[in-house]
Design a protein around this ligand. Structure first.
Ligand code: IPE
Ligand code: IPE
Ligand code: MG
Length: 250
């Protein structure tokens, strides 16, 4: 509770609210949302994709610079083929929209993960979106979609890349630092997440941003992702703002 509460009106208070620079979300609970309604799981993913649009826009509007979502894990290939196909189609639809609107909206959309095994047409869409993202300036907000993302897989790839440089003689083992490792990760161009939100009642990371989350604040809620509204984001941010981040200090 700060000076703003006492001296400014409600509206100014909202504007003065501190927002985390980087918010990440494990978008979970789509399947259970559908099941509760007697619908196929993919119906939950469709509504979950709408929620993503709403919340990504909300985050940009309130001044969050980086918004990162876990959309498909390296483990999610185990799901039935028709569910995987439905998810890939939702990614296609979203990326098409992103290509059409991201420049005018000032949001750089990026896809993080091992993209090498994605269907070629999806890969082409991702390349197109990344090329557009590269044209946006420093001022643009960034929305990142993690697809075929796994934290362990990401670290394994980073280790391989560094090992290759050592083998080639271009890197000495003693020159490997936390920064050189961080620079090999998909998130090399962004700060670590400040706040990681997991809806749906599960209290685990499920392999999300393992390296980057070292000092993230976690927020768990029972709300299923398709039901997640801007007011739930507000509640998470309020909770975040009440925490004392010490980063190991006092
Ligand atoms: C999250 O919802 C979306 C993905 C993992 C792709 P789930 O599909 O995991 O939903 P639940 O956990 O089964 O409810
Ligand atoms: C994590 O959710 C992955 C995504 C949200 C994309 P899961 O539903 O796959 O995780 P588990 O199986 O509950 O750990
Ligand atoms: Mg799940």
């Amino acid at each position: 509770m700060g000076i703003f509460d006492r001296f400014t009106g409600k509206q100014e208070q909202t504007q003065a609210r501190a927002v985390p620079r980087h918010i990440a979300v494990i978008m979970d609970g789509n399947g259970r949302w559908a099941k509760k309604r007697g619908l196929p799981r993919k119906a939950g993913h469709k509504v979950g994709a709408e929620t993503f649009r709403t919340i990504a826009t909300y985050c940009k509007d309130i001044g969050v610079q980086y918004f990162t979502v876990y959309a498909f894990s390296t483990e999610n290939w185990k799901r039935p083929q028709d569910e995987v196909d439905a998810l890939m189609n939702l990614f296609r639809t979203y990326l098409r929209e992103a290509a059409e609107t991201m420049v005018e909206r000032g949001v750089a959309v990026r896809v993080l993960g091992d993209l090498s095994v994605l269907p070629p047409d999806l890969l082409r869409q991702i390349d197109e979106v990344h090329a557009l993202a590269d044209t946006l300036g420093e001022q643009a907000a960034t929305a990142s979609l993690c697809i075929n993302y796994g934290g362990r897989d990401e670290i394994k790839n980073a280790v391989r890349a560094l090992a290759r440089q050592v083998a080639e003689g271009t890197l000495r083992p003693e020159d490997i630092t936390e920064d050189t490792i961080g620079a090999q990760l998909y998130t090399a161009h962004m700060p670590d997440p400040d706040l990681i939100i997991r809806p749906s009642g599960e209290i685990r990371t499920s392999n999300f941003l393992l390296w980057q989350s070292a000092y993230a604040e976690y927020y768990f809620t029972d709300v299923l992702w398709p039901d997640f509204k801007p007011e739930h984001m507000d509640a998470a941010i309020e909770d975040f703002n009440r925490r004392s981040r010490r980063f190991g200090g006092v």
